[in-house]
Design a protein around this ligand. Structure first.
Ligand SMILES: NC(=O)C1=CN([C@@H]2O[C@H](COP(=O)(O)OP(=O)(O)OC[C@H]3O[C@@H](n4cnc5c(N)ncnc54)[C@H](O)[C@@H]3O)[C@@H](O)[C@H]2O)[C@H](O)CC1
Ligand code: K
Length: 509
């Protein structure tokens, strides 16, 4: 399967592009009208690519069931049935809804019928008698044409796919049916696939919202649409990739010394919340900062020094004492365990006015939400999770999660020039570019992981990456370290310190 060159070259790295349904339709149209690639040929290529992906994922499979909707996604399914049968597979096809009545899918259905193929009606009998025989179920119900919440027989078909036996696989054509191609929202119900094969352009919805939960492994086939076309067409976002790290973090000069790698000042750790600022300090050190200072409550300074002697811990009785520490630092990270009381608010005001590279996280974001008139210096990094984003936007978490891209854009509109991280499955980094991180895992849904991220981003800023590069690279490094930690002993029980332990390997690829 050809992995397309639908990527953008950033600093020598190929970042795949992510598209909306409308943008892919435009690509389809231009491929057909400008390059003369017939829509039906694209459909045949889509079916061929999907069949190749099926063979690679399930090499022992000999029997498949293909569930076809009434549109061109169903057309892909009929074509795939023809190819599988010609390859010697036992193939059962059922229509979910009506047969195609227009478009290329009509030809595909005709090809299946002319090859002697039969089309069953998807119903309870089919679920009882035929579906359980399949090694793999192919989801050709809906693709980018999904336009409303799924119900009726389509919902029944999706439920049947999701109730498949553990030994059965599910391959989604273009998108898991029921998933919104643009936002990754589930419209009523959606297939949980083992693999989704996306055609011509990778759909953004596979990487954000509920996409990561439904897509399974995300494969892609360009169907022979040349990069000259995809590169010239608008896309919604870029997909971060591991290859960026050695480009963003070049080898160090042999003559380097601790002053060469910047000085981070982390501020937080209000009474009883010292752990958060300690995790941030470790994150900053493990991402390569030369010097790390921590401004915290006096009663924590001694214990923290014992826990992480590599950093310098300063106990502050009052906020004014932080001015000298800010003067000596290159980068400020504010928020982990900061609290929102008088001491905390005084530190917030001083950091926001300091005019130094600044990362605001956790309680600093709560203080920012309260300080409605605050203007942030361009390049300030905000790292909210969905709940913090909702507070900053004056909305609720469900709205943020319903369209994460829109929420990130709203945050950047509210704080012009800020670099926004919207954390969660498919973390979003919005600066000049909109980038999605496809790495990370549910084991990272543990308190403290965000504190580490704050430290990592500060550490990269201290090494003179620009705000957007430091933020994107920091999110990428953090997620990859989380995946390495999960690969060791699993996701459940994963701790921030396990992720910290993987950082050094990730930042030295
Ligand atoms: N040349 C091309 O365009 C290629 C397209 N490919 C495949 O085509 C689909 C998009 O096909 P389309 O016909 O536009 O829509 P769908 O098949 O995704 O949807 C079918 C049909 O269903 C109706 N519908 C929408 N929502 C619902 C709902 N909730 N309940 C019931 N019915 C619904 C609506 O009328 C749709 O038209 C694309 O994803 C690719 O798989 C080829 O792969 C490449 C060439
Ligand atoms: K589908």
């Amino acid at each position: 399967m050809n992995f397309g060159a639908d990527s953008t070259r950033r600093a020598g790295v190929h970042r795949a592009r992510l598209y909306s349904a409308a943008q892919v339709r435009e690509l389809d149209r231009r491929a057909i009208e400008e390059l003369g690639i017939a829509g039906y040929v694209l459909m045949q290529r889509a079916a061929g690519a999907a069949f190749e992906a099926l063979r690679m994922r399930w090499p022992q499979a000999t029997r498949i069931v293909v569930l076809c909707g009434s549109g061109n996604n169903g057309g892909d399914g009929y074509e795939m049935a023809c190819i599988a049968r010609a390859a010697g597979f036992q193939v059962d096809v059922a229509r979910v809804g009506v047969l195609p009545s227009s478009g290329d899918a009509v030809h595909a259905h005709a090809a299946w019928a002319q090859s002697g193929g039969f089309v069953s009606v998807f119903d309870a009998n089919f679920v009882r008698d035929v579906l359980p025989q399949a090694d793999v179920i192919v989801d050709g119900i809906f693709g980018i044409g999904l336009s409303r919440a799924v119900e009726g027989v389509a919902a029944d078909a999706i439920a049947a796919i999701n109730a498949r036996a553990p030994k059965q696989g599910a391959l989604a054509l273009d998108l898991p049916s029921g998933l919104d191609a643009d936002t990754g929202a589930v419209l009523g119900t959606a297939v949980r696939a083992d693999i989704s094969v996306s055609f011509i352009g990778r759909k953004l919805g596979l990487y954000v919202g509920s996409g990561p939960d439904h897509a399974g492994r995300r494969a892609y086939a360009d169907l022979g649409v040349p990069s000259s076309l995809t590169e010239a067409s608008p896309s919604l976002a870029e997909l971060m990739c591991e290859d960026e790290i050695p480009i963003a973090l070049p080898r160090r000069a042999r003559s380097a010394h601790k002053g060469s790698h910047g000085h981070v000042l982390l501020i937080g750790g209000d009474v009883g919340m010292a752990g958060a600022i300690l995790l941030a300090a470790r994150g900053a050190h493990r991402s390569g900062a030369g010097l790390v200072s921590v401004a915290t409550r006096p009663q924590h300074a001694l214990a923290l020094t014992a826990a992480h002697p590599e950093a310098m811990f300063h106990g502050l009785d009052n906020a004014a004492a932080v001015d000298e520490l800010i003067r000596r630092a290159d980068v400020l990270g504010l928020g982990p365990g900061l609290g929102t009381g008088v001491w905390s608010a005084g530190l917030f005001d001083r950091c926001v006015r300091a005019g130094k590279p600044l990362v605001l996280d956790a309680d600093a974001l709560s203080l920012l939400a309260r300080a409605s008139a605050t203007r942030l210096a361009p390049g300030t990094v905000l790292t909210p999770h969905p709940g913090e984003a909702a507070r900053l936007l004056g909305t609720d978490t469900a709205r943020v999660q319903g369209d994460r891209i829109a929420a990130a854009r709203a945050l950047r509109a509210r704080y012009p020039g800020a670099i926004v991280v919207l954390k969660g499955a498919g973390s979003i980094v919005l600066g000049e570019q909109l980038a999605i991180c496809p790495y990370g895992n549910p084991g990272m849904g543990v308190g403290g992981m965000g504190d580490v991220l704050t430290g990592v981003i500060c550490g990269l800023l201290a090494q003179r990456l620009d705000a957007e590069a430091a933020t994107a690279t920091g999110v990428l490094v953090h997620a990859l370290a989380g995946d390495r930690a999960a690969a060791q002993d699993g996701e459940r029980g994963l701790l921030p310190s396990d992720l910290v332990a993987q950082l050094q390997a990730v930042v030295n690829p």
